[in-house]
Design a protein around this ligand. Structure first.
Ligand code: KL2
Length: 643
């Protein structure tokens, strides 16, 4: 509780700071308050509605229900989706002037030099296992017997001499009567940096914890006395600093100082430490920041970490971290989506797939829990290249299929995290949820639903097959080498199967501005009388009201996970495997129910209007342009079979 308190108060205190240096770690902030001040502020915070912190061991009951869904791209094993994201954000509204922007660029370029990529010099060979040849990523081998209980304290040493950080701090000092006169030109700084309006984050950016442990499937588990292995998963696109500096035009709404890595790093670490996930999937992790700062910090926090940098020249990549007292690494696969010579796979995005063995506490010797497959990816951003996004996802699914398949041919529970750069109900999203997608003839921009290019007449289209057979991946997103050999007898294809090869509906939509030629129509012809009648639609025996997902019922608004240029969108997800409900379909979505893996709770997201009150993303509380997603899961623990 107190960690949460210091997290949310830190930046308010920072903006009031009377020192000339920013202290970015809550530990430092904590030290500056008298115990009675801490107590009073904590009390105030609690009274004002704090309480979104899920207790580590006991999860209180509540009535919120969330989403669940899935896909059955794997037979019988479905990826259920729940979108989860993060918390804090707060105040300041600053419009940068041209002069500010020039200053910002100057500061940014000096920061860039500071951040120059350094050679990875890993001496502790026993801690780092190279995988995939010379690829710059490593697996930290869990240290046997090394127990780190709970949440480790993180001390981040801020480089206070950074000019941008000092500028921000000075501006604040000048308004709050500095205790000493610094040597640099305060007035200039004050002009450059208007004082932010304070909006305590808990008044606007509060994120509720949605307790889902009261769902029937979980209650049933409790009544049967079947224990659960509980763990929390976080997915977070932390905004690579190089991408900030290469795209400053995207962040004109931000005060320059909150874009500084030395400001953002402690905020990001604090947020992770506060929510204390057991599995952490990060995107946009800059390589030098990972090796020099993040990986050592994560180690102190009890994480073993794995990193995979993007191919090509971009300096960021994905990381998966797991608490080594809770999981042991069984296997891992880094995936590079770039395939030379293949136009559809000509981008440098990557993914990671891990198989983790949950570690049970001592005293549960006769109990077993299934391995868990965790995948993490950052799919291509370009809204026009839906073809590439789909192909990237197919490669990830093929790797998951390989890693998560059991010796018996079923699947271990799967959690798929990432920034998919696709919005809810887009074709790519439906592909994951429903397990299939008819894409032949689909305009590529439609795949992600990010932007509407319908006015563009001649856009790239998707043609089946999307990738050549030389890729070695079937259209079921499985490696050819791992598929069952085909039966020798000739296959008989049903009419329904063959009809799948028609153009998909969306491909048959006429662009609105396309003028008809005389005598040409796109009206659908009537069904020929001699055709057999379509099969009757099976009625849902248990009709339930349609609950739109990715929607904040209390606020009556869509939830968002990112705010590019002030426009909110959901592109980040934590999908998890579940079981399809037979004949279950609600509003065109397949329905799923939790299987061995149960969703116990999630951190609610925020709506666009709420984030705009905090000046969008990033802001002084949220140090990325994405919110983090957090979910709590339970994995069934079963007794070991005798003999
Ligand atoms: O939404 V993102 O933002 O998943 O955080 O992933 C990409 C985009 C990230 C890495 O390529 O950079 C962002 N306009 C807006 N954002 C962009 C653009 C763009 N043209 N290009 C890249 N990104």
């Amino acid at each position: 509780m107190s960690d949460a308190f210091f997290t949310c108060q830190k930046n308010v205190l920072l903006s009031k700071s009377t020192t000339t240096q920013i202290e970015g770690v809550f530990a430092a902030t904590r030290g500056r308050l008298l115990p009675e001040e801490q107590e009073a502020l904590l009390q105030q915070w609690v009274e004002e509605g704090a309480g979104n912190l899920p207790a580590r061991e006991s999860v209180p009951a509540a009535e919120k229900v969330s989403v669940t869904l899935t896909s059955d791209w794997l037979e019988g094993s479905e990826l259920l989706m729940t979108s989860l994201s993060d918390l804090n954000s707060a105040p300041e509204v600053t419009q940068c002037t041209g002069q500010q922007l020039t200053e910002l660029r100057a500061l940014a370029s000096s920061a860039l030099q500071d951040d120059a990529v350094t050679e990875l010099a890993k001496s502790a060979a026993e801690e780092t296992v190279a995988v995939g040849g010379s690829a710059p990523w490593a697996a930290v081998v869990p240290q046997a017997g090394h127990q780190i209980a709970g949440c480790a304290t993180v001390d981040v040493e801020l480089q206070n001499e950074d000019p941008a950080v000092l500028a921000w701090s000075l501006a604040c000092d000048a308004e709050t009567v500095p205790t000493k006169t610094p040597d640099w030109p305060i007035q200039d700084m004050v002009q450059l940096c208007p004082l932010p309006a304070e909006v305590p984050y808990h008044e606007t950016l509060w994120r509720d914890w949605e307790d889902l442990s009261v769902q029937p499937c979980v209650l049933e588990q409790v009544s049967k006395n079947i224990p659960l292995f509980e763990f929390r998963v976080m997915s977070y696109n932390i905004l690579a600093q190089d991408l900030v500096e290469q795209g400053l035009d995207l962040y004109l709404h931000c005060h320059p100082d909150i874009l500084n890595w030395n400001y953002r790093l402690p905020n990001l670490l604090q947020e992770i430490q506060h929510w204390d996930p057991d599995v952490l999937c990060l995107q946009e992790v800059q390589e030098n920041h990972y090796w020099e700062q993040l990986e050592p910090m994560f180690k102190e926090m009890g994480f073993a970490s794995i990193y995979k940098r993007r191919t090509g020249t971009k300096t960021d990549g994905c990381a998966v971290c797991y608490k080594h007292r809770r999981f042991r690494l069984i296997s891992l696969s880094p995936i590079e989506y770039f395939r030379p010579g293949l136009d559809v796979l000509n981008r440098d995005n990557v993914g990671l797939v891990l198989l983790l063995q949950p570690l049970l506490q001592e005293g549960l010797d006769l109990k077993a829990v299934s391995p868990l497959c965790v995948a993490n990816t950052h799919v291509l951003f370009n809204p026009r290249r839906g073809d590439t996004k789909l192909a990237q996802m197919a490669l990830l699914l093929a790797e998951i299929d390989k890693i998560a398949k059991t010796a018996e041919g079923s699947y271990y529970p799967i959690i798929l995290c990432g920034d998919l750069n696709s919005v809810p109900d887009s074709p790519l999203y439906k592909f994951i949820r429903n397990g299939e997608l008819s894409y032949h003839g689909m305009p590529a921009w439609k795949v992600s639903g990010q932007e509407d290019y319908s006015q563009k007449l001649y856009s790239r289209k998707l043609w089946a097959p999307l990738w050549p057979s030389s890729l070695g991946v079937t259209d079921n997103c499985q490696y050819v080498t791992l598929c069952q050999p085909k039966k020798p007898d000739r296959r008989k294809y049903s009419r329904e199967f063959l009809l799948q090869f028609h153009f998909c509906d969306v491909a048959c939509e006429r662009p609105p501005q396309l003028v008809h030629l005389e005598g040409v129509t796109d009206a659908k012809p009537d069904r020929p009388a001699h055709w057999p009648k379509p099969a009757a639609v099976v009625k849902d025996p248990d009709p339930q009201p349609f609950i739109p997902s990715h929607f904040l019922p209390q606020k009556g608004r869509p939830e968002v996970t990112t705010m590019p240029m002030g426009l909110g969108a959901t592109v980040d997800y934590i999908f998890y495997s579940a079981e399809p409900v037979e004949n279950g379909n609600r509003g065109g979505r397949r329905l799923y129910q939790d299987g061995a893996l149960k969703l116990l709770g999630r951190l609610s997201l925020l709506s666009e209007d709420v984030l705009l009150l905090a000046n969008g993303l990033p802001n002084s509380f949220c140090s990325s342009d994405h919110l983090c997603l957090l979910a709590s899961f339970g994995l069934e623990i079963s007794s070991l079979r005798e003999g």
